[in-house]
Design a protein around this ligand. Structure first.
Ligand code: PA5
Length: 443
């Protein structure tokens, strides 16, 4: 489903990968025996085999109800509480879903609470009256400022428009099972609640109701998504680094960093994968960027960005490597026609499929960038559907955990995210932050 096609040759030799094998074995054990740092956040590891439970069925029922009641779902969340769902929807849905004829338009899903732009939120609220609206507010802590603010405004909108009782039938909360402001508020208002398990951190939560509810509401098959993830869980138990592409990838990243390659560019050649890049960036950035180490994760859409970043990749400073996702069977195919006049000089491509030209662009770029001193790791994703996506999500979660342990950090916490929050609370005058407020304003 996701195969490693190129392992950064010639910058990395098989013997260098072989040298990482003992460490891989060790961190595999640490991970599976729950002996490493952050081991109380390993619920995602066997989540695929535990997915088909009562709550999974409840997610499907709620998704149907949302589709019956509404034609617009606003998903409120930030970081791990929205990036997975967004990645899934953008990969699975029609590239121009907003422009489809009204009767063929699926339920629209839009996102809020992932920024604090008044313009964004006000303009979202301007269009809501044209739709029948449901809300899914997602926050594990239940206290994150961005989604909490957006929810305060959108809840007020819903209650004014539908009345408190009906609004409550249109609002779904996905949060901690036992605690948090959102849980209390949801219980009081009578919203249907879904659980983010205690032992699953935000960026590893796409296969919980965090991702499942929006994905199912948009009309995609979460049973198939779950079966793809389960297949990955089974496949990726192999400890031989050459037989487990997730571990091979983690080993290559370790070697890359040792060789001074501290920036990884995650590259797609299918626009639908753009938001998978955003999800991947958060997964690796928040998991690994600690103790002044880690690879900086960046993402690009090719061939689009070959006309912007391409120059830098080819000839700029050499701290980069690329991880490229090639799609073996894109969702659609197109044949390039021949043209009698051939005024554009493209007849040499006449009769070829657009996909094969895209693949050739990929091959040509990998060769050029490799020649230019940028190691390329290439994965082939079998297709762009729910099954392949479930596999991909689990694949990168596992490689991230192994990669983080190889680095010697805890891949499941994010202490650094607190620094901006504390300053923001202090500067906004939140009670309890008075001393920091004074210190910061003196600066
Ligand atoms: O991966 C993480 O843990 C974070 O990115 C969180 O998902 C993000 O900060 C949102 O947190 P919460 O769901 O508590 O609102």
């Amino acid at each position: 489903m996701l195969q490693l096609q190129r392992a950064a040759e010639p910058f990395v030799s098989p013997s260098e990968v072989e040298n990482v094998q003992p460490f891989i074995k060790l961190v595999h054990e640490i991970l599976h025996e729950k002996k490493g740092a952050g081991s109380d956040f390993l619920g995602w590891l066997d989540l695929p085999e535990r997915l088909k439970n009562d709550e999974f069925e409840r997610v499907k029922k709620a998704a149907s109800k949302i589709r019956e009641q509404s034609n617009l779902l606003v998903v409120i969340g930030i970081g791990g509480s929205y990036l997975g769902a967004k990645a899934a929807l953008r990969l699975l849905e029609h590239s121009f879903r907003d422009l489809l004829p009204r009767d063929r338009q699926p339920l629209q899903v839009v996102f809020a609470g992932h920024n604090m732009s008044a313009t964004y939120l006000a303009e979202l609220m301007e269009i809501l009256d044209q739709y029948e609206v449901s809300l899914n507010v997602i926050s594990k802590s239940g206290t994150t400022t961005e989604p909490a603010l957006a929810f305060r405004l959108l809840r007020e909108y819903m209650e004014k428009r539908y009345g408190t009782h009906e609004a409550a039938t249109r609002i779904y909360a996905t949060t901690d099972e036992h605690r948090g402001a959102l849980l209390n508020l949801a219980k009081e208002a009578g919203y249907e609640c879904f659980v983010i398990p205690d032992d699953v951190g935000g960026r590893y939560s796409v296969l919980t109701p965090v991702g499942l509810l929006p994905i199912a509401a948009a009309g995609f098959d979460i049973d198939v998504l779950a079966s793809g993830a389960l297949r990955a869980q089974t496949d990726l138990m192999e400890q031989d680094v050459f037989k487990n592409p997730a571990y091979h990838y983690a080993a290559l990243r370790k070697i890359m960093l040792q060789k001074g390659k501290s920036i990884e560019l995650f590259v797609n050649y299918e626009q639908g994968l753009h938001d998978v890049g955003e999800w991947w960036k958060q997964l690796f950035g928040e998991s690994e960027g600690k103790n002044h180490t880690g690879i900086f994760p960046a993402a690009a859409d090719f061939s689009t960005d070959l006309h912007s970043l391409g120059q830098y990749v080819q000839e700029g400073s050499r701290q980069l490597f690329e991880t490229v996702i090639k799609v073996r069977n894109p969702r659609k195919s197109l044949l390039i026609p021949s043209d009698a006049a051939d005024e554009d000089g493209l007849n040499y491509l006449g009769g070829r499929s657009m996909a094969s030209v895209n693949d050739t662009a990929l091959d040509a770029t990998v060769l050029a960038h490799t020649e230019g001193g940028v190691p390329n790791i290439v994965f082939e994703l079998e297709k762009m559907d729910e099954e392949a996506l479930g596999y991909l999500f689990y694949f990168f979660e596992k490689s991230c955990a192994i990669s983080g342990y190889l680095l010697g950090i805890n891949p499941f916490d994010q202490p650094g995210v607190e620094a901006y929050k504390k300053n923001m609370f202090a500067l906004l005058g939140k009670p309890g932050y008075e001393e920091l407020h004074d210190r910061l304003t003196q600066k």
